[in-house]
Design a protein around this ligand. Sequence first.
Ligand code: TMP
Length: 236
Amino acid sequence: MKKMEQLYEGKAKKVYATDDPNLVIVDYKDDATAFNGLKKGTIQDKGIINNRVTNHLMKMLETKGIPTHFVEEISDRETIVKKVTIVPIEVIVRNIAAGSLSKRLGIPEGTKLAKTVLEYSYKDDALGDPMINDYHVFAMELATPEELSLIADYSFKINDLLTDYLKDLNIELIDFKLEYGKTADGTIVLADEISPDTCRFWDTVTHEKLDKDRFRRDMGNVEDAYQEIMKRLLGE
Ligand code: TMP
């Protein structure tokens, strides 16, 4: 597998072409941003942790029937993934009120929601990823009804699988964000990452935050939190 030209650079990752037209290489950076890029910083070794944690969780989900873009981890920061067209919808799943939901609806952080909440945002940095619903998805032709229904089904199943998996590691899954991609043959697969950047992880007992909120909110011990998640998931 040959790493070729850079195709794309995002806020946390770079993507490179390979000599196989169906595969690309993702390279995770230590760069951290929040509030749509307004706050910038570095979290040491975040790229390594997010690469390894994402792959660990994607492999687990694959064994439980969720198709993902994961192919092979080739270094601490680099992974071969299927080349996909990203569906421009950020899917947010919430079990416990936190973050923007708490702010928007006045529900105190930490309140258990009576029912799991599924939200969609239109993935567009210039617009600040505005929240949308299924009518917007179809009006803008971001996905077909069949595709969105599959995306919603996968997202709820991923929530159940991750919640159970993390519970055994004393991690409470508060909420998280998913992105999906479409392969050349039109198959919808889970893409992007599942990491402390994109999930809220709280210690089950102490409720200590073990995720990017420590960076967003200047809480300190950011690196320690990322390391702790890697330790609990990968045992190192
Ligand atoms: P929110 O409460 O700020 O809307 O975030 C909900 C979840 O989505 C939280 O686990 C963090 C994640 N998230 C991202 O992965 N990327 C983003 O750009 C935002 C705003 C949130």
